[in-house]
Design a protein around this ligand. Structure first.
Ligand SMILES: Nc1ncnc2c1ncn2[C@@H]1O[C@H](COP(=O)(O)OP(=O)(O)O)[C@@H](O)[C@H]1O
Ligand SMILES: [Mg+2]
Length: 249
């Protein structure tokens, strides 16, 4: 990523409450085109809410969020297009259980991007090959392993040709032996220049793929730095404490 790359996702003074709970506190964050941002922090610090706010699965109370220079729309067609531009991969795979792998990947392009069936299927097969599950195309999600399902979820998001991909703890629900195959697909994507926002506890991934690590606690961005600096010389007490807990085992 070039240091002068334009901002693709920009949050300005973003605040969000759930009742009395102030879950996002004056968040200011710019993600540049081609940047890989890893977000880490303790459970409940607001990482998922941050991701969900960016593609408006959650509303915000104040501040602004723009994607590629445009404010995140509230509803309608504009919102559907935003969701297509911002690919999202969750902890739980969220595939349509009664649709084949191929249908899962082609549905969005056909509905939102108005792609022809043949073109959508051709593109889907290419993406499934890229994440190493092309031979599963005719199966239902339940017939796949967790790692395969998560790679299909990545292919499904990519099928919309998103401008940015968000991953919210994509490997947390996987059996340990399947974590690496999903991380490998993500590292490949990062190398291709995809703009990515990744919430993860996989520090190996952060060290290898991140341009920048953002540490959140209590709804705030407490600290941010390049991964080398962050992991070897964290400055805040909260980050030091967090790292000491996750790096010991
Ligand atoms: N829909 C909701 N209603 C009420 N509280 C919520 C909701 N979603 C999240 N929270 C609370 O907001 C805080 C931040 O949650 P979350 O963004 O999921 O944190 P993280 O992803 O860092 O674990 C937590 O205290 C959580 O319990
Ligand atoms: Mg979360």
């Amino acid at each position: 990523m070039e240091a002068s790359a334009p901002a693709l996702v920009e949050l300005t003074d973003v605040n969000k409450h759930f009742g009395d709970l102030h879950v996002l506190r004056d968040i200011n964050l710019t993600v540049r085109r081609g940047e890989v941002l890893v977000v880490i922090g303790p459970s409940g610090s607001g990482k998922s809410t941050l991701c969900r706010a960016i593609n408006r699965l959650e509303t915000i109370d104040s501040g602004t969020i723009t994607v590629d220079g445009k404010p995140v729309p509230a509803e309608g067609k504009a919102l559907a297009h935003l969701r297509a531009d911002v690919g999202m991969v969750f902890q739980s795979f969220n595939l349509f259980a009664h649709k084949t792998v191929l249908d899962n990947v082609t549905l969005g392009p056909r509905k939102v991007r108005k792609a022809a069936k043949k073109d959508a299927e051709e593109a889907a097969r290419t993406l499934l090959r890229r994440v190493g599950v092309e031979d599963q195309a005719r199966k239902l999600p339940a017939q796949l392993s967790g790692g395969q399902q998560q790679r299909v979820a990545i292919a499904r998001a990519l099928a919309m040709q998103p401008k940015v991909m968000m991953f919210d703890e994509p490997t947390s629900a996987l059996d340990p032996e399947m974590v690496q195959e999903v991380l490998d697909a993500m590292v490949a994507l990062a190398k291709e220049g995809m703009t990515m926002i990744v919430v993860t506890h996989e520090m190996g991934f952060a060290r290898k793929a991140a341009d920048r690590v953002v540490f959140m606690a209590d709804g705030q961005i407490v600290e941010q730095a390049d991964p080398d600096t962050f992991f070897t010389a964290p400055t805040s007490a909260r980050a030091k404490d967090f790292l000491s807990k996750i790096l010991v085992h």
